[in-house]
Structures are given as C-alpha cells and as structure tokens.
Design a binder for this molecule. Structure first.
Ligand code: ATP
Length: 136
C-alpha cells in the first residue's frame, strides 16, 4: 500500500489544528501508521527542502519550520500521495479551495513565507526519501 509523509507545520501545531487535520485524514479513510512530535533542526530541514535551496523564500521557510514543534505522520492508503495533496489544497492558503485544509483553515499573515499548515510528499520518490528522513 502506498505511503506518504504528512507534516503539520509549526503554525498548525501552534494553532491547535493537529486534531482537526488528523480528523480529516482519518475521515477520508486513510490509515495513520506512525506519528511523532519533532523539533526539526537545520540538518533535517536543509535535507527536506534541498530542492528549494537558493529560492527567495528558502531562508524564511527554514526559520519558520524551526519556530516550534512539527507533527510528522506516516499515512497509508491507495493513492494517498495525490489524495492528501488534494485534501491539503494549493500552496497559497488565501486562494486554496474552500473544503481543503489550507482553504478552510489558512490565510496570509503578511509574512515572507506562506504559513500553510501542512506538507505532503509530492511523488513516490519524495515520499520514500522524506519518510526515511523523518522516521529513519
Ligand atoms: P505545493 O507543492 O502544493 O505547492 P508544497 O508545500 O509542496 O505545496 P513547495 O512549492 O514545495 O510547496 O514549497 C514549500 C513551502 O515553501 C510551501 O509549502 C510554503 O510554505 C513555502 N513557499 C513556497 N512558495 C512560496 C512563495 N512563493 N513565497 C513564500 N513561501 C513559499
């Protein structure tokens, strides 16, 4: 069965939305396989976001992801990678579709980084790489 890495980013944890996000994943029918609360360090984050190095939002993104605990979740189900990305909605929470996690619960806070509550792996290759990083 396919697996993906979901992160509840520091804004989601700080706003006490972890339960609501888990509820949506479970209600969709996916299975929670493993879960942990992580204070991510620079080493982990620079590997996780290696593809974004050099982009203008990279530094603010790394700083934001170190601003508080993250909940990392291993989620399983048929086509869960695309299914969770559909649940999450598009990157910008201001315009993400209502009904999605970002569209219902997120907004722009006037910061240099989009605080958009969640991350989900975008391909089987990313999922394997990211699950190894966050769950060893
Ligand atoms: P999606 O792939 O659906 O866009 P994502 O989380 O995978 O979502 P990425 O493009 O991989 O988005 O970017 C990683 C993260 O960096 C985003 O989730 C967001 O927090 C931040 N980010 C991306 N693009 C911007 C941007 N133009 N300005 C500010 N922050 C950004």
């Amino acid at each position: 069965v396919e697996e993906t890495l979901v992160l509840v980013k520091p804004d989601g944890v700080a706003r006490n939305l972890t339960g609501e996000i888990l509820r949506r994943i479970e209600a969709k029918g996916y299975q929670l396989v493993d879960i942990r609360l992580v204070e991510a360090d620079l080493e982990l984050l620079s590997q996780h976001y290696a593809e974004h190095q050099g982009k203008p939002f990279y530094e603010p993104l790394i700083e934001f992801m170190q601003s508080g605990p993250i909940v990392a979740i291993r989620v399983a189900g048929e086509r869960v990678i695309e299914g969770f990305r559909s649940l999450a909605g598009t990157t910008d929470p201001t315009t993400a579709a209502p009904g999605t996690i970002r569209g219902d619960l997120g907004r722009d806070w006037g910061l240099k980084v989009q605080q958009n509550l969640v991350h989900g792996s975008d391909s089987p290759e990313s999922a394997a790489r990211e699950l190894a990083l966050w769950f060893g």
